[in-house]
Design a protein around this ligand. Structure first.
Ligand SMILES: Cc1ncc(C[n+]2csc(CCOP(=O)(O)OP(=O)(O)O)c2C)c(N)n1
Ligand SMILES: [Mg+2]
Length: 603
């Protein structure tokens, strides 16, 4: 029987249980759009910019672990989608992207032209470096095989996006159904856990005086996050959580040590910097986590790294005692099956961790209000009081990212999602849309900023069109506050392109809400917050809530440069966050000793 390839693609999406397809139509994908609509299984979510589709796909997968598809057209359609694809690649998020292209008579690798036919170009090679697999289907009989293969690669091992380019004539081809090539390839196998390495880590956990775990999103990617409480209770070992994994365990769990890093919590950084054995599982120890000098990072500790990708496990070279290339879930199962138990010898360390947490709470004196503006850090604490027990929070960059991750406590069934690798502004709103679709069009708390909003403003209409109950918070601080701070530290207070006076401005977000037929609220004071937050949360539908913040508010604590008394600039070690604590506090906190740089800054 003769069948149209596009119809078979739509059928395959159903077989793969792909319920949602994000995208924008064009001549380059029109056949597949048509076929999906005719089949009536996968819902087409028509966004207003392709980057929104590739951002939405990320939170969609991260929320319920099911693959969505993205359908891009040729030319600007596929180039627009690139940012979210790169972001997904960095953040290990599986996704299936189907991109259209010109007729395959143009799309041969030998074609030397920059542009093929109308809007055609070599998207497969453009995207090759930032996907796990990219392929052009020129033989219609291989269409389904390539899509299945791509999908298996996307979800295997360290997840990531895959890109299948299907030229227009291939989509439209009508061929004998029997001629489709059967899919016979085996999905890539995961690495096998080395028992000797596991035993060595178990021994180190048993004998360390101050052991520490650092758990990342890799744990969730293997579905092992539910085992974390049992693991902590069995081992009695405190655990840091990476930003991408911050929502895996309740923040108030007595053994959760917080979120450490360049924008870390003081207590978390002290715990990290004073441990004597650090075992990281499924987190990639990036600069925002470990600071700028690896030799100063957890400098009194043996470091073992568990990562499913060998290059990541080994990237810190000889600083790492054991680079364990393994699936995080397999490794956790190995720890759970071991004879390890909570060690009384480590009791003083558990107490010490609690002392850090009590002495240095997430909100400190550095977060006080200024010039009549409320501070965004305590705002997170207040906001958390109004969040439902299963709230899903998606953040953009800037204030939303930093304060969300430094100061928002997360309960057991709540989620906190953002782009941690690429850090692209504009992620918040499409991310909220993807999350809402993943969860049956449920309520999402979107923490956004004035700058970030302007990068995907158009998606307010997607939200409105689908009646998604997204609570859209916009932190308004007259422009790009994060970059104002960079400029201040580099050039003194000379701003270029970061606020209204220096070349960039934002509209009145309440008027904008009206244009989208949405209600809006404004918060300027704590009284406003107490009055508006219940209304925002109780509103049945999408709503905009603008929160006005000081245009110069500090993001603290932060690992920043400090000046010694002689004027030379010092990059302090990771425990010495700004604003700096008195030397006596550092001496009391640093079991491994105060770093000479920290002394130099204070003499
Ligand atoms: C797509 C993109 N362009 C530029 C940047 C660089 N950048 C990082 S933070 C920032 C300013 C963010 O401003 P806003 O979203 O208003 O947050 P704020 O820092 O003001 O709270 C900029 C321009 C980026 N991260 N992503
Ligand atoms: Mg801003």
């Amino acid at each position: 029987m003769n069948v149209k390839v596009a119809d078979k693609i739509a059928e395959l999406l159903e077989t793969l249980d792909i319920r949602h397809v994000f995208g924008i139509i064009g001549a380059g994908n029109v056949h597949i759009f048509e076929a999906i609509a005719n089949r009536g299984f996968s819902e087409l979510i028509c966004v207003h910019h392709e980057q929104a589709a590739t951002m939405a796909m990320q939170t969609y997968y991260r929320l319920h672990g099911k693959l969505p598809a993205v359908l891009l057209t040729t030319g600007g359609g596929s180039t627009n989608g690139v940012t979210g694809v790169v972001s997904a690649y960095f953040d290990s998020v599986p996704a299936l992207i189907i991109a259209g292209n010109e007729n395959s008579k143009f799309t041969t690798p030998e074609n030397p032209l920059r542009i093929w036919g109308v809007q055609g170009y070599d998207s497969v090679h453009m995207i090759e470096k930032t996907t796990k697999y990219s392929v052009r289907v020129t033989d219609p009989t291989r269409t389904l095989t390539e899509l299945q293969k791509a999908r298996d690669i996307a979800i295997a091992g360290r997840g990531g996006p895959v890109w299948v380019e299907i030229p227009m004539n291939v989509q439209a081809a009508v061929i004998d159904e029997k001629t489709f090539a059967p899919y016979q390839e085996k999905p890539p196998a995961k690495p096998k856990l080395d028992k000797a390495q596991l035993d060595s880590a178990i021994e180190a956990l048993r004998t360390a005086k101050r052991p520490l775990l650092w758990l990342g999103n890799g744990v969730r990617m293997t579905g092992a996050e539910e085992k974390i409480p049992a693991l902590l209770e069995k081992l009695g070992v405190p655990a840091l959580l990476s930003w991408a994994g911050a929502d895996m365990v309740d923040s108030s769990h007595p053994l959760v040590a917080g979120r450490a890093g360049v924008y870390g919590q003081r207590s978390a950084n002290f715990i990290l910097q004073n441990c004597d054995y650090l075992l990281t599982i499924g987190t990639r120890l990036a600069i925002p986590q470990i600071g700028y000098d690896i030799s100063e990072f957890a400098r009194g500790a043996r470091l073992d790294v568990v990562d499913i990708e060998a290059a990541e496990a080994k990237k810190h070279g000889s600083r790492v005692t054991q680079a364990i290339v393994a699936d995080a879930g397999d490794f956790i199962d190995g720890l759970l099956a071991s004879s390890l138990q909570t060690s009384p010898v480590q009791e003083p360390w558990r107490k010490q961790c609690n002392t850090y947490k009590t002495k240095y709470p997430w909100i400190g004196p550095e977060h006080s209000d200024k010039d009549g503006f409320i501070n965004s850090y305590p705002f997170m604490t207040v906001l958390s009081e109004y969040l439902k027990d299963d709230a899903i929070v998606v953040t953009d960059m800037g204030t939303a990212l930093l304060c969300g991750h430094q100061a928002l406590p997360i309960k057991k069934n709540q989620r906190l999602l953002t782009s941690t690798g690429l850090g692209e502004m504009g992620y918040g709103l499409p991310g909220a849309i993807g999350a809402s679709f993943a969860n049956n069009k449920s309520e999402i708390i979107c923490l956004n900023c004035d700058g970030g909003m302007m990068m995907n403003l158009q998606e307010m209409q997607t939200m409105v069109h689908h009646n998604l109950p997204i609570k859209l918070f916009v932190f308004n601080n007259d422009g790009y506050l994060m970059i104002k701070h960079t400029q201040k530290s580099l050039f003194g207070k000379k701003y270029v392109g970061t606020d209204k006076k220096s070349g960039v401005s934002c509209p009145d977000f309440s008027k904008l809400a009206t244009a989208f037929d949405l209600p809006s609220y404004q918060i300027r004071t704590w009284d406003d917050a107490r009055e508006m937050l219940p209304k925002v949360m109780a509103y049945n539908g999408a709503v905009v809530c603008e929160v006005f913040m000081h245009p110069e508010q500090l993001f603290v604590p932060k690992l920043g440069l400090s000046a010694a008394l002689d004027g030379t600039l010092i990059s302090p070690p990771l425990e010495d966050l700004s604003p700096p604590l008195p030397l006596a506090d550092m001496e009391e906190a640093m079991i491994v000793g105060v770093h000479p740089k920290s002394r130099a800054m204070r003499q």
